[in-house]
Design a protein around this ligand. Structure first.
Ligand code: AMP
Length: 218
């Protein structure tokens, strides 16, 4: 099955998808991580995507859909996948449905619901490890030593698209598109909603229950 984890920027998709993947063994596929890997590698796709990402905009659908289809064709994604950050608009959702129309693979969605004020606060307090990708929050999930990754000891950074002037643009651009994707899964009876506010382990337990109800178990 494919579990689509939906949520605004800052809703905790990355952190929660990582935990759900560890608990269930399903592959965690995150478009943001795929783009950041392309940018670090300096590939033509990365160079093209960076311009949009730094402006707080979505990367064009054609580029994104081709990239995700190539990733989903890899062997570790053959049975169970948690999709994090895709689809982000109705055209991408339609492309995903079309890609699996002839298969028996179920596509279900879970929305991590978080209010806009909480999203703004979370995004500006986010720090990430540029080496292993782990995410921190200055207040709710600080690193053990200030400014340093717990896992690999690399100096933490603020993502360029988490800069305060970019955060407001990202939210404005992406919330409307998210609403239409949520509507699409709701209208087809494939949506569950989970409260994304609260301690990380409580949200994790709520998400695990919703994922299990949708058919993703360990
Ligand atoms: P994320 O790490 O999921 O917040 O993604 C970082 C940035 O990558 C987003 O702000 C977008 O610019 C871009 N991005 C990620 N996923 C998608 C997608 N499905 N479609 C278009 N752009 C995307």
């Amino acid at each position: 099955m494919i579990l689509v984890l939906l949520g605004a920027p800052g809703a905790g998709k990355g952190t929660q998808a990582e935990a759900l993947s560890a608990a269930t063994g399903a592959a965690h596929v995150a478009t943001g991580d795929l783009f950041r890997a392309e940018i670090s590698a300096g590939s033509p796709l990365g160079v093209a995507a960076k311009e949009f990402i730094d402006a707080g905009q979505l990367v064009p659908d054609e580029v994104t859909i081709n990239m995700i289809q190539a990733r989903l064709a890899r062997p570790d994604a053959a049975t169970r996948v948690i999709l994090d950050g895709f689809p982000r608009n109705p055209a991408q959702a339609a492309a995903l449905d079309a890609a699996y129309a002839a298969s028996t693979r179920a596509i279900r969605a879970v929305l991590l619901k978080v209010d806009r004020a909480v999203l703004l606060e979370r995004l500006t307090a986010r720090r990430v490890c540029p080496s292993c990708g782990r995410s921190y929050h200055l207040l709710s999930r600080p690193p053990k030593s200030p400014g340093v990754c717990d896992v690999c000891a690399t100096t933490l950074i603020t993502r360029s698209d988490d800069a305060p002037e970019t955060v407001a643009a990202r939210l404005a651009n992406q919330l409307a598109a998210l609403d239409s994707v949520v509507d699409l899964y709701r209208a087809t009876g494939r949506l569950a909603v989970v409260d994304g506010v609260g301690p990380i382990d409580e949200v994790q337990a709520r998400l695990a229950a919703a994922a299990a109800a949708a058919g993703l178990t360990a």
